[in-house]
Design a binder for this molecule. Structure first.
Ligand SMILES: Nc1ncnc2c1ncn2[C@@H]1O[C@H](COP(=O)(O)OP(=O)(O)OP(=O)(O)O)[C@@H](O)[C@H]1O
Length: 430
């Protein structure tokens, strides 16, 4: 890692800490993700989903993995650097995005997804934090959970961010499809309009409940797992009527509302693919006349937007060794359900998101706050240091000698480096 000097820490995720760094040989600014767990053998690194998937995915809207370096049993991913993530952009935003801006972002996201799904991968953890943005270009990042479509179910090792989690995953279906990414796209699309998450569940049950409040109860004749909703939530789910999405997202055009509705379908089979989305009229609207914002719900510009907790599904924890999260010791348990059922009063409308009528009583509504609370072995001796370069634009260092444990991929060019503690000396790495 001696050719990289870290500049600042820019992200701290579940699997790794991300630093902005400079390549001293080329002066290129990069993002270095230092994985939190140790990696003692090179094969283990190359089996990581992030490596396996990104190595195959080459698209302008998918983050580029330039190099993988293992040094002192620590693993570093070198990515192209992006200036922002969509979460920060939304949090800091003072005014809503225009529909034109949203179209631009969504088109790119969908194009990246078309490529990913066509390449037989699905992401499984799409969320605003994993969408990186520089100069209006958006790129999908964090492939730590990516899976091959063809890989055999059951998929029991799923760890994703609750607010963007598809109902079939919440309902513990063990064989889900790329349609779970499309659900997340629907939730992100809605959020781009309101700058607030559409389904800010505080626990898995609360998550399902909030989905019910917006979509209404699922039709179990069409969607097999739907009957679990009633069992899990201990409610007569048939009584929950859908909310009017146009009330929840008053600044969205009818085309946008229609697309969100399709993407956020209970039944994964009803969700459009990324390719189909790009054909949706939402992407062909030239002019749009904003609707009157006279609804009880006013769009709340909320800069104190919080992050969802990341949950580890500990009872379903995979025994597979290639999962980056196996090294984690931190588990955040789902918080208890905190559904607030209040009477619909004008005075609270600014802070509350209207959800749906409840139990057929017109004056009763279910709300949740638009201002959720903030929550959001011994070291083995040094044996080798090596890296793989994924981009031909990076000059290869030829220092050092190949180690016997070195792993060579047919399509990649190994780039062996001498061991160095230079990167760690910057005081950023743990
Ligand atoms: N290439 C990059 N350029 C700039 N910032 C980045 C880059 N990659 C990641 N980041 C920042 O670091 C954060 C964490 O990165 P990443 O999601 O890859 O880590 P993680 O440990 O897998 O996180 P998670 O907890 O979401 O699984 C991102 O949300 C983003 O803000």
């Amino acid at each position: 890692m001696e050719k990289y000097r870290s500049i600042e820490e820019i992200g701290d995720g579940t699997c790794g800490t991300v630093y902005k760094a400079i390549n001293l040989e080329t002066s290129e600014i990069v993002a270095v993700k230092k994985m939190k767990r140790k990696y003692y053998v090179w094969e283990e690194c190359m089996n990581l989903r992030e490596v396996k998937s990104l190595q195959k995915l080459n698209h302008p809207n998918i983050i580029k993995l330039k190099e993988v370096v293992r040094e002192n049993n620590e693993l570093f991913f070198i990515f192209e650097y992006m200036e922002h993530n969509l979460y920060d952009i939304m949090r800091e935003r003072q005014r809503p995005f225009t529909e034109e801006e949203i179209r631009g972002l969504m088109t790119q996201l969908l194009q990246g997804l078309v490529h990913m799904h066509r390449s037989q991968y699905f992401h499984r953890d799409l969320k605003p934090e994993n969408l990186l943005v520089t100069n209006n270009t958006i790129k999908i990042a964090d492939f730590g959970l990516a899976r091959e479509v063809s890989s055999a179910p059951p998929f029991t090792d799923y760890v994703s961010t609750r607010w963007y989690r598809a109902p079939e995953v919440l309902l513990q279906s063990s064989s889900y499809t790329p349609a779970i990414d499309m659900w997340a796209v629907g939730a992100i699309l809605a959020e781009l309009f309101t700058l607030c998450p559409l389904f800010p569940g505080e626990s898995e049950i609360d998550q399902l409940y909030k989905i019910c409040c917006v979509l209404g109860a699922p039709d179990w004749t069409l969607f097999r797992e739907a009957r679990n909703v009633a069992r899990l939530m201990d409610i007569g789910y048939a009584e929950i009527m859908p909310a009017n999405l146009s009330d929840l997202i008053p600044n969205a055009s009818s085309e946008a509302i229609n697309l969100i509705k399709q993407l956020c379908s209970w039944d994964p089979l009803r969700r459009p693919t990324a390719e189909q989305c790009l054909q949706h009229p939402f992407f062909y609207v030239n002019t749009w006349i904003p609707r009157q914002l006279g609804d009880p719900l006013q769009l709340k510009m909320d800069n104190t937007r919080s992050q969802p907790n990341l949950e580890l599904d500990l009872w379903d924890f995979s025994s597979k060794t290639d999962d980056c999260f196996l090294g984690l010791t931190l588990a955040v348990n789902p918080s208890i359900s905190n559904i607030e059922m209040v009477r619909k009063t004008r005075s609270r409308n600014q802070d509350l998101l209207f959800c749906s009528d409840y139990e057929d009583e017109a004056q009763h509504s279910v709300f949740w706050s638009l201002l959720p609370p903030d929550h959001h072995g011994n070291q083995a001796p040094v044996e080798s240091s090596l890296s793989l370069t994924f981009s031909s634009t990076i000059p290869h260092s030829t220092m050092g000698v190949p180690q016997s444990g070195g792993y060579r991929m047919p399509s990649l060019q190994p780039n062996f480096l001498t061991m160095s503690s230079h990167f760690q000396q910057q005081g950023h790495c743990r």
